[in-house]
Design a protein around this ligand. Sequence first.
Ligand code: PMV
Length: 313
Amino acid sequence: MAVGTAPGKVILLGEHAVVYGQPAIAVPVTHVQATAVVEDAPAGTGITIVARDLGRRFRISNREPRGRAAAALARTVHNTLRRLGRSIDLDLEITLSSTVPIGRGLGSGAAVATAIVRALAQHLGGYLTSRDVSDLVYQTELLHHGTPSGIDNTVIAFGKPVYFIRDRCDEVFWPGRPFWLAIGDTGIPSSTRRVVADVRDRWQRDRPTYDAHFAAIGALVAQAREALIKGDLHELGRLMIANQDELRAIGTSSDALERLIAAAMAAGALGAKLSGSGRGGNMIALVDETTSDAVAAALRCAGAQGVIITRVS
Ligand code: PMV
């Protein structure tokens, strides 16, 4: 038997602009986690996936299972076995469970895929580096998101804060000082695929304006990397607020997100912004040990459906 796990993630700064070649920073959310358990199954039963959160149990074959989520799981298994030089002619049961909320920008799809890749590699005695895992999970992300930048698979497979530029650089780094994030859920589902496509439409209609917003976000991300390495959390908070101004300008915020951001700031957060694709999903607030409880309470009071406090180091 082998167990693979993977954390969730949030984008700290740089979402959307990252799709257009600007840098972004993402951090793992270790408070939530996906788990895959791989066990040998009776001879002749093939490979079965038991996806508890989807309420599904299905066999891996050469036919794609119905539904995008199941297809993504099947693709992950196929690609991993191919990478390990094995065929699907094995008898295995793969049981999945996850505390990463689905469809909230916390990287649930990439976390489950990473857990599967790790558990399979371990069970079958194959060695994969974090980069190999990230590359395999990227193939799954293509199915979930259409045109993913690759940031989710990178931060989740490495399990460390990453400074990421699409197709150019993924640098793991250590913050100069640990920090805490309060992650507030609007309770409104957000489709990354749809919001990314909508931003693309707007960009195509007015490239100079959108390119300027993306470049401004890129500059904020570069400064945030410096601030993080120095451990200057006040500066990081200021940059998060400036990033939110840009995200509002490109049309990815919403009243619900703005309400939670304002509540977090009023309760003492150092900075706050939406995280991920926006419109719905999550916002994040930069807090410390003395403000985290007050910010979490203020977020709930302002309508957050769930609040996660996570430490990043
Ligand atoms: O909603 P999430 O966290 O999956 O993030 C989407 C981030 C975008 O920058 C909007 C898209 C991407 O592929 O990076």
